[in-house]
Design a protein around this ligand. Structure first.
Ligand code: GLU
Length: 561
């Protein structure tokens, strides 16, 4: 009489190793603890996936553990070629260091716990599958789509719990002989787990983030190996990989929480210890009705990590923001330690939010703004140049041709008590720097002139002014303009001239003398004429950076309005 061992040998004749052999090859790690990021290479990285990976990496690294990247490509329909490079690239952009990762399909992995790509681990999964068959804890199943559909209908009609279990599984209780006979003529089967779970039982475990969890036990004979390519499903791969890679902490998205009873059952079926689970709550968004929902890949552009790069956020600003979600004390810590890096902050994953946090753009912008205000002007220049090269090549060229001029322009009022914190994203570098360059200024001022001529509201003052008076003011002003003055001297000189030209100095004079123009209007005119914009940092500082001859050239332009 054939037994389960015979069946296992018939199904996997070439598999002669056991899990004990694998354990020798992949012994416990010397530092005993390790976490991992295990994305599927779909060519898309959800901000939440990155968030979970970041938490896993920080948690490992702050304790000097190992952090590994494993590529979960067993669902080959969803896979795209360049996706692994994309994942590694993003981690590098964010400076998330990895200790072990796949280095390429044809190259040898250089670390001891690989291969780190699941499609290259088929033999390992077969050893695991064979072990379970020998124990009659897994069985091949030939149920067809129509049989599965029929069972679903019966279960719905009887109002019983769905899925494939007990007598609903047509192959669960077949003898080894019956299965061997079927195998002779049909090799198109899936391998199912033979669960001993029972839905009247509960499964209890500790999740490091969620706390004590008590949920219905697994009873489902889930698929372990797929029929189409002989590759494992997520569940079997998770057991084999996280055990052999010696992962101590499985930090993953909350969508896997309900699978933990199954995973614990599987670890027990193999007589293996299971890791510490930590399930990261999702990032949420309010829908139109004000209900919270998960950030969606299909509906929300900000679900894609690429969005933040395309919109010129700094990786450090994004990380600072994500850290405020991980730990609400981070922002205060950051303010109290402006010279420290986030790497000095110890996250406590047991304090993480368990129900999901709303993705808050205002907060993200303020953290990004704080980061860009904190760094040196040299760093701001270097980092914005990287962005400009990709998204505004003309600006990058100008910055590279005029590095000192660009840095002086960026530096205006930074790190002073008056710092207007004018850079929220690197995009602001474009608007704040562009007008300093003559070639760009020419284009911008032409469009301002057109707007004035078409009575655009933003430039209303220009249409109200007596241009002759403004011109004569500017004419005199350019004669005396001295950029070496202190700002106070500069201001009083300006005041003298504008009084002469009948501009009111303040609101009181304005009312008392019944003037048509206030000095602020005049300042705005100069600002627009120098910068082709109504919004600039402190005018005298801008003028100092521009230099007198550039100012003369630009203001003279005004006479040709
Ligand atoms: N490949 C799975 C996913 O992307 C990984 C889950 C895990 O971290 O175990 O959802």
């Amino acid at each position: 009489m054939a037994d389960w061992k015979d069946l296992a040998d018939l199904m996997f004749p070439d598999v002669d190793q056991t899990i004990a052999d694998l354990e020798k090859k992949y012994p416990p790690r010397t530092n005993a603890t390790c976490s991992r990021f295990a994305p599927s290479p779909t060519g898309f990285m959800h901000i939440w996936n990155f968030y979970s990976a970041f938490v896993a990496q920080r948690y490992a690294k702050q304790q000097w553990w190992t952090f590994i990247l494993r590529i979960e490509d067993t669902d080959q329909k969803r896979e795209v070629d360049w996706a692994v490079d994309l994942i590694i690239n993003y981690l590098q952009k964010f400076n998330v260091e990895i200790d072990e990762w796949p280095i390429g399909a044809n190259s040898q992995d250089v670390w001891n716990y690989g291969p780190y790509t699941q499609s290259q681990r088929k033999e390992i999964y077969q050893i695991f599958a064979k072990t379970l068959i020998e124990k009659w804890l897994a069985y091949p199943c030939w149920m067809t789509e129509s049989q599965l559909e029929e069972i679903r209908k019966q279960q719905t009609a009887l109002k019983v719990t769905p899925w494939i279990y007990g007598n609903y599984s047509l192959w669960r209780n077949k003898s080894p002989e019956e299965i061997m006979q079927k195998l002779e003529s049909d090799s198109n089967f899936v391998l199912r787990f033979r669960s001993h779970g029972d839905f009247s039982q509960r499964c209890e475990f500790d999740d490091l983030i969620k706390g004590k969890i008590n949920m219905i036990d697994n009873y489902n004979d889930i698929v372990l190996i797929k029929s189409e390519d002989g590759l494992p499903t997520y569940h079997l791969a998770h057991i084999a990989d996280d055990y052999l890679m010696r992962t101590s902490h499985v930090i993953r998205g909350e969508e896997w929480l309900t699978s933990v009873p199954l995973h614990i059952q599987l670890f027990k079926a193999f007589d293996l210890p299971y890791p510490q689970y930590c399930h990261v709550a999702p990032l949420l968004k309010l829908d139109e009705e004000g209900n919270k929902r998960k950030l969606s890949k299909r509906k929300d552009p900000e679900a894609d990590i690429a969005y933040f790069f395309q919109n010129w956020y700094a990786p450090e600003g994004i990380i600072d923001y994500l850290l405020t979600i991980v730990d609400s004390s981070y922002e205060d810590w950051q303010k109290a330690n402006p010279d420290k890096n986030y790497l000095d902050f110890q996250i406590k994953i047991e304090n993480m939010n368990t129900s999901g946090a709303l993705f808050d753009f205002v907060k993200l912008q303020s953290m990004n703004n704080a980061y860009l205000s904190r760094i040196s002007t040299e760093e701001l220049y270097n980092q914005s140049l990287v962005w400009a090269k990709k998204y505004r090549p003309y600006l990058a060229d100008l910055m590279q041709e005029n590095p000192d001029y660009s840095k002086s322009a960026l530096d205006i009022e930074r790190h002073t008590p008056k710092d207007p914190k004018r850079f929220t994203t690197f995009k602001d570098v474009d608007t704040q720097l562009r007008f300093f360059f003559d070639s760009e200024y020419e284009k911008l001022i032409e469009s301002v002139k057109l707007k004035i001529k078409s009575w655009d509201e933003e430039f209303q003052k220009f249409t109200e002014f007596d241009m002759w008076i403004v011109s004569s003011f500017l004419d005199e002003y350019l004669w005396v303009l001295d950029l070496d003055l202190m700002v106070e001297e500069w201001f009083s000189q300006l005041k003298e001239i504008w009084k002469k030209h009948w501009f009111a100095w303040n609101n009181a004079e304005f009312k008392e003398w019944g003037y048509i123009w206030k000095v602020w209007d005049l300042a705005m005119i100069i600002r627009v004429w120098l910068c082709a914009s109504t919004k600039t940092p402190d005018l005298f500082s801008v003028m100092k950076v521009m230099g007198k001859s550039r100012i003369e050239k630009r203001l003279k332009n005004f006479f040709h309005l």
